[in-house]
Design a protein around this ligand. Structure first.
Ligand code: BMA
Length: 311
């Protein structure tokens, strides 16, 4: 690969616990969308209990964010959501479908980890829709468009039997999901061999849907989380046109190497811009938020020209 595909913003990290007006230990794994002429970020924070809540920050330029005085989403206090969110809410992703923002997040409880879906139009009022997986699923991203009148999502179930892979599922109503199929698996002895999972909601390009995902590798010093990219067919996103063989981002800056969990870059959001670039956001070491920019064309080229062969 010639030169880095992702150019880190020189003032990283862009958001830390010190920027949050309520007590938190970390700021990481944030979903970000363009909204109202600016940017909205939903970020995860650990509290001193070790459990997580989701806060909201706003920005005019996508680099400099201001956090709202109160968290945006904390574990529900009643109903089905209360039971399944009791241990915390984590890793939000945001997709805009038909003018509505769909928020998927991990819901932890004594029953394991499931994914819940909420929706909002204005990031003021938020309505929980449903818990959309059984236990042991994480990392759901919803495509920003419907296909044949159905919502489509990528997710990552985990199991003791199969490698932790990226799956696709379909839904007519956001509540009932099915026709699930595995579409991207980790490659043995490769940077993503331990597991892969969807990162940011896919971005539409003229050559396919660009999907930023994370991959993990186990070392003697613990796991290393990196980012990779894949390209899905425009009309049928279950068809994977290419998966970049090399990672596009790995922990390198001091705040990516050291923190709550060392050696982690983990993305839940990316915002495509009119000038052909994309802002990629990532949590660093599960502690702070960072951003970088990349050329969308170069990322798509990487998926096609540097595609891995093995399944
Ligand atoms: C994953 C999730 C992420 C986290 C990552 C690195 O399994 O828990 O939320 O960022 O590990 O710790």
């Amino acid at each position: 690969m010639a030169g880095p595909l992702v150019h880190r913003y020189e003032k990283n990290p862009i958001l830390t616990s010190k920027d949050v007006p309520y007590p938190v230990e970390t700021v990481h794994n944030a979903g970000v969308v363009a909204h109202g002429g600016g940017y909205v970020m939903l970020f995860r924070s650990h509290l001193k209990t070790g459990r997580s809540v989701i806060g909201l920050a706003e920005s005019k330029d996508g680099f400099s964010f201001t956090v709202r005085p109160k968290p945006f989403l904390t574990p529900a206090e009643e109903g089905i959501f209360a039971e399944y969110e009791a241990f915390g809410v984590e890793d939000p992703r945001i997709s805009c479908v038909d003018g509505e923002y769909l928020i998927t997040y991990s819901a932890y409880s004594r029953h394991g980890v499931r994914i819940a879906l909420a929706r909002t139009r204005d990031f003021r009022e938020v309505e929980r829709v449903a818990v959309i997986t059984q236990a042991d699923h994480r990392n759901i991203v919803v495509f920003p468009e419907k296909f044949g009148n159905r919502y489509v999502r990528l997710d990552r179930p985990h199991s003791e039997i199969a490698p932790w892979s990226i799956w696709i599922s379909y839904s007519p109503d956001l509540v009932h999901w099915g026709e699930s199929r595995r579409i991207i698996a980790p490659v043995p002895y490769h940077w993503d061999e331990a597991k892969v999972g969807p990162g940011a909601p896919p971005i539409k390009t003229d050559r396919g849907w660009l999907s930023i995902y994370h991959g993990a590798f186990q070392t003697m010093g613990g796991g290393v989380y990196r980012l990779g990219i894949a390209l899905h067919d425009l009309g049928d996103p279950s068809k994977v046109l290419g998966v970049g063989d090399e990672w596009i981002l790995q922990p390198e800056d001091p705040w990516e190497i050291t923190g709550y969990v060392p050696n982690v870059v983990f993305s839940c959001g990316a915002v495509p811009e009119d000038d052909g670039t994309v802002k990629i956001y990532w949590g660093a070491a599960d502690t702070v938020m960072c951003v970088g920019t990349a050329s969308i064309d170069a990322l798509v080229d990487h998926c096609i020209k540097c595609s891995r062969r093995a399944k």
